[in-house]
Ligand binder design. Sequence first.
Ligand SMILES: Nc1ncnc2c1ncn2[C@@H]1O[C@H](COP(=O)(O)OP(=O)(O)O)[C@@H](O)[C@H]1O
Ligand SMILES: [Mg+2]
Length: 440
Amino acid sequence: MTWVEKYRPKSLKNVAGNPKAVQNLLEWTLGWKEGTPSKKAVLIYGAPGTGKTSAANALAYDLDYDFIELNASDARTKGVIERIVGSAATTGTLLPGRGKIIILDEVDGIHGKSDYGGLSALKKWVKVSKQPLVLIANDPYSLPTDFRALTEMVEFRRINSRTIVRILKELCTKEGIKTDEKVLKIIATNSGGDLRSAINDLQSLSEGKKKLAIGDLEVLKMRDSRIKIFDTIRMIFKTTSIDRAREAVFDCEEDHDTIMKWIVENLPIEYTEPDDLKQAYDSLSKADVFLGRIKRRQDWSLLKYASDLMSAGVALAKKDTYKKFSRYQYPKTFITMARTKKERAVIGTIAEKMAKKCHGSKGLMEREFFNVLKTTFTKAPEAAANITSQLGFVREEIQYFAPEETAAKKIEKRAEEITAERIKRRLRSGKQVSLFEFGN
Ligand SMILES: Nc1ncnc2c1ncn2[C@@H]1O[C@H](COP(=O)(O)OP(=O)(O)O)[C@@H](O)[C@H]1O
Ligand SMILES: [Mg+2]
C-alpha cells in the first residue's frame, strides 16, 4: 500500500492546510439542513495533491452521510451521469433521516470529446438537485462560465512547506524513519505545495532505509519544474519583462514549433488592441522565418532569435497588460491533424486504457489483444459490454472493434448499465476509522 493511500485523511480535521476552505465546505453542506440552497453544487478546485478528493470523502465520513462518488476512471458519459447523478439527485437516502451527498471528481475532465454531453447533463442536475453535489476540478476555468456560476466555489490552495514538513515528520515517526528537518524541508519545497508528491517522494527515498540523510536526496531528481504550455503562453501574454518572457519559453517542455502554434492561436484571444496585434504578429512572422531556416539548414544557432521573437517580441508588443482572464485554446491545427489521424488516435486511446488497467505496454496490448477483442465485440456483446464498462471505452472505441453502429450502440448502452450498477454497489456509508491522525 502506498503511503498516500495509507495516510489519506479520513476526517476533515485531518485535512492539512486550507482551514477556511474546509470550513466553507462543511458549512455549505450543513446549510442544506436549513433548506435547499440556491447553489446546489459546491466546486472544490485547486492544484493537485492538496486534499480535494480526500476532503470530499472526509466530509461524508464526518457527517455520517451516505455518498456516491464518480471519479475520472468511471466513463462519465451522458448516459452514466443521467443514471447515477440523476437518480441520486432526485431521490432520498437509503436510511430515512440520513443525509446523502454526491461527489464528482475531476469534472474538468468530463467535457472532453469522449464525454460528450456529459457536462450538459450534469448542468441540468446541478440546477435541480435535491441533494448536495460536491464537484471537484483542477482547473475550474476550463469549465464554461455559466456552469461555474451555478456552483459555490471553494479553492484549495497549495499547501505551505511548513505544513508539509509537519506532515512528513509525522509520517517518519509512524514509519520508524530517522531523519532531520533539513531533509524534509528540501522535499517539501521541491513539491511545490503538492502534498501527494511530497509523500510519494518521501516514500520512494526511504525505501528500504531506516535513516534518511541529505546525501540520499541526490537521487531525487529535482521535481520537473518545467512548466506547462498554458503557463508559458499566459506568462508571455501577461508580462512586460523581457527576462520573464524569455524564461517562459526556456522553461517550457514543448518544442518551439509547438509553442509558436499555441501563441498564434491564442494571441487574438488575449490581445485586442489593433496596434498590439500588429506588432505581435510582426514578431511572430519573423520568428516563423527563423524557424523555417533552422529546419532547412539545420542551423540551431538561429534558435535564440526565433525564441526571443516569439517570447519577448510578443510580450513587448502590447502597450499595457490586459487585465482579464482569457480562456486559452488548443491550437486548431492540432485538431485538424488529429482528425486525419483519427483511426491511429482511437487505437492509441484504446491501447492506453488497456495498458493502464492491465499493466503492460500499449504496443503489447495492440499486438496481443486487439484481435481477441475484435472477435469478442462482434460475437459476444455481453462480454464486450463488461470490458467496455471496466476499461471505460467510449463509442468510437467500441466501434473500432464492433464497426456495425447498432451493435456498438447496444454494447455502449449495456456497458452504461453495468457501470451504473458497479458504482451503486460502491455506495458506501458509515464512519471510517482514521488510520492516522495528522492533527491540526
Ligand atoms: N490537505 C491534505 N492533508 C492530508 N493529506 C493530504 C492532503 N492533501 C493531500 N494529501 C495526501 O495526498 C493524497 C492525495 O490527496 P488528494 O485528496 O487525492 O488530493 P487532490 O484530490 O487535491 O489531488 C492523500 O491520500 C494524502 O495522503
Ligand atoms: Mg483528486
